[in-house]
Design a protein around this ligand. Structure first.
Ligand code: C2E
Ligand code: CA
Ligand code: CA
Ligand code: CA
Length: 277
């Protein structure tokens, strides 16, 4: 029985082999794509409720592979495991800055938001790299928003806090992405070095008619405001949702209602569409 038990761990099911081969294959593909500069970015506008204008574009990484698109929910976790996220993150930032520099330079209240993984924040040179990229592309540091998820703060070491503080001292802002999905969110909010919360789209999708009462949404918004934070709602798909959120004084809105994520060359169209929605 003992031998059989031991043997159990040695047996390698063919499905496991396939999965392993596929993963290794995808990993190699991603590495190649990064090296060849095949990671691109799309931009999705964030609209200020008060001004009815696009104030921010969020850069989202894209990987087109053999005619198909690999979703970020697949390749970002892979990149985080392999460390490739450092290169991808820097590339997304550089592309975002270069493509948006003319738009950003027109108005200092505009900003570029980028997603930052916890892995990147472990890098001692992270803040310095971001500031160098901004300088090189002629974008002001105060026009940057770094989107991080709550999980990066779980075992927050001083290095991570230092990276974010350095950037905030230069005027960059930090947004807490997917807000509400971490269990300790509301209680810990006041201790986190953040300027904005982005309410996760699962909460926004609970607004169906606009006439229901959703105390969770209003408490999240009120709580954030009482701490001096601004609030963005993500995943806004319907006018009813936008109206409901506006009534709760949510500061800005993002979602398919305004625009899908678009390549930079279609930015003008995305802008026009978002500001008319
Ligand atoms: P996220 O940062 O929460 O980004 C929002 C996601 O929701 C994006 O998916 C966006 O396309 C999608 N979305 C936008 N509006 C709507 C809407 O109205 N309805 C619905 N259902 N979805 C909407 P995407 O582009 O597939 O990205 C998925 C996730 O991958 C992102 O979630 C982010 O966590 C990660 N990601 C993307 N690019 C990067 C990157 O450059 N670096 C890092 N670290 N993560 C990235
Ligand atoms: Ca985000
Ligand atoms: Ca999010
Ligand atoms: Ca998300």
């Amino acid at each position: 029985a003992k031998a059989a038990g031991k043997n159990r761990f040695l047996r390698f099911h063919p499905d496991m082999m396939t999965a392993l081969v596929q993963r290794t294959h995808m990993e190699a593909g991603l590495q190649l794509a990064v090296a060849r500069g095949e990671i691109t970015v799309d931009f999705q506008p964030i609209v200020s409720h008060r001004m009815g204008q696009v104030v921010t574009f969020e850069a989202l990484a894209r990987w087109d592979r053999d005619g198909g698109r690999v979703p970020p929910s697949v390749f970002i976790p892979l990149a985080e495991r392999t460390g490739l996220i450092n290169e991808i993150g820097a590339e997304v930032m550089a592309l975002g800055m270069v493509q948006l520099a003319p738009w950003l330079n027109e108005d200092p209240s505009r900003s570029l938001a980028v997603n930052v993984s916890g892995v990147q924040l472990q890098e001692p040179l992270f803040a310095q790299t971001v500031l160098q990229l901004a300088e090189a592309s002629g974008v002001a540091a105060y026009q940057l928003v770094l989107e991080v998820t709550e999980s990066v703060f779980f075992d927050a070491d001083c290095s991570l806090i230092k990276q974010l503080s350095t950037l905030r001292e230069e005027g960059a802002r930090v947004a807490l992405d997917d807000f509400g999905t971490g269990y300790s969110s509301l209680g810990r909010l006041q201790d986190l070095p953040v300027d904005t919360v982005k309410i996760d789209k699962t909460f926004i999708s609970m607004v169906r008619t606009g006439s229901e009462r959703l105390p969770i949404l209003s408490s999240m918004i009120n709580m954030a405001h009482s701490l001096g934070l601004t609030v963005t709602a993500e995943g806004v798909e319907t006018a009813a949702q936008a109206d409901y959120l506006a009534a709760l004084e949510c500061d800005s809105l993002q979602g398919y209602l305004f625009s899908l994520p678009q390549p930079g060359r279609r930015m003008e169209k995305a802008l026009q569409q978002a500001e008319e929605a």
